[in-house]
Design a protein around this ligand. Structure first.
Ligand SMILES: Nc1ncnc2c1ncn2[C@@H]1O[C@H](COP(=O)(O)OP(=O)(O)OP(=O)(O)O)[C@@H](O)[C@H]1O
Ligand SMILES: [Mg+2]
Length: 299
């Protein structure tokens, strides 16, 4: 990918619709070899872009899904204790295991469980993999500090095996839903982009790529409605994922045009909290639909 346009085209071929500013940071992160830090609302395409980048480059995608309590060994490597125990028992049963020999046999690659960060340091067919560190805001600060170090040199020393170093640094993408601020030290290493909800035109393009069977008329109403809905006071606003889901639900129901009744019957596809659904029942759905239609007429 030699230019920003190339990035947009290549991702578009994977069904990922990418605005100019996002394409620019993707391009720069690849050109400069810097990790890309994507923050934004839920369901706005942060995880998906890593998949699209890997597919467009023909690289393997390795995903480290973060969660509360994730520690270095679950991210990097672990010894397979169960297998080691079996090997010890087997050696004992065979009689008179030589302790020193056994020890050197137990700490070999055969008993090593490689977790995502170590996998990302291994040579891969097709070139350096894409390493997706997803939802980093769910981990804690000690893990962030560990990650910072791992990202700086892509090498690990396993006392029993020696040092393993990535032949070529992976393409790193970090995502966060901003449930907490990620530390400056980590952000400073990365190129940053806030992934916002798409505007009407871009969301239409995304829908055309992801739900191509939906008619233009229905897609326009769906997108206009969701765009309006995001302006409402909701506990959890619908993301792009919800727009796509909703369009698919409406297609399955053979809906040709939105109506307040159809909307209220299918709200579960776009809103996932009972309070939000309740707020939309009745007159609110009709009001928002009228506003959305007015937007379409004005455009
Ligand atoms: N720009 C886009 N182009 C194509 N599809 C998109 C785009 N943005 C989002 N999508 C669709 O929305 C779905 C959800 O996107 P994704 O899972 O990447 O969101 P996310 O930002 O990672 O959300 P979360 O914070 O909930 O993990 C994807 O499966 C994809 O189909
Ligand atoms: Mg995600």
């Amino acid at each position: 990918m030699q230019t920003i346009d190339d990035v947009q085209t290549a991702l578009g071929e994977q069904g990922y619709i990418c605005g100019r500013s996002l394409a620019t940071v993707v391009f720069l992160s690849q050109t400069l070899g810097r990790p890309l830090f994507l923050e934004g609302e839920a369901g706005t395409g942060k995880t998906e872009i890593a998949k699209a980048i890997a597919a467009s480059l023909g690289r393997r995608l390795i995903r480290l899904q973060c969660y509360e309590g994730l520690d270095a060994s679950s991210a990097l490597y672990e010894w397979n204790f169960a297998e080691q125990m079996i090997a010890i028992r087997t050696a004992e049963a065979a009689g008179g295991a030589d302790r020193a020999a056994l020890k050197s046999e137990l700490f070999t690659e055969e008993f090593l469980i490689e977790r995502p960060l170590l996998q990302a340091m291994r040579p891969q067919p097709g070139g350096a993999p894409v390493l997706l560190i997803d939802e980093i805001d769910r981990t804690d600060e000690p893990f962030e500090a560990f990650l910072l170090e791992a990202l700086s040199d892509f090498q690990v020393t396993i006392p029993e095996l020696g040092t393993i170093k990535a032949p070529q640094a992976p393409i790193v993408i970090l995502t966060s839903n901003r449930t907490r601020e990620v530390h400056d030290a980590l952000k400073r290493r990365c190129l940053y982009h806030w992934v916002d909800y798409p505007d009407f035109d871009r969301e239409m393009e995304i829908l055309a790529a992801r739900a191509p069977d939906a008619s233009l008329a229905l897609s326009r109403e769906v997108v206009a409605f969701v765009q309006r809905l995001r302006g409402e006071d909701l506990f959890k606003k619908p993301g792009v994922a919800e727009t796509i889901d909703w369009a698919k639900c409406l297609l399955a129901l053979d809906v040709i045009n939105l109506s307040p009744e159809v909307i209220s019957d299918t709200l579960g596809a776009i809103l996932k909290y009972q309070d939000d659904i309740q707020a939309l029942q009745g007159s609110a759905a009709k009001r928002i639909l009228d506003e959305a239609r007015a937007d379409l007429d004005a455009a």
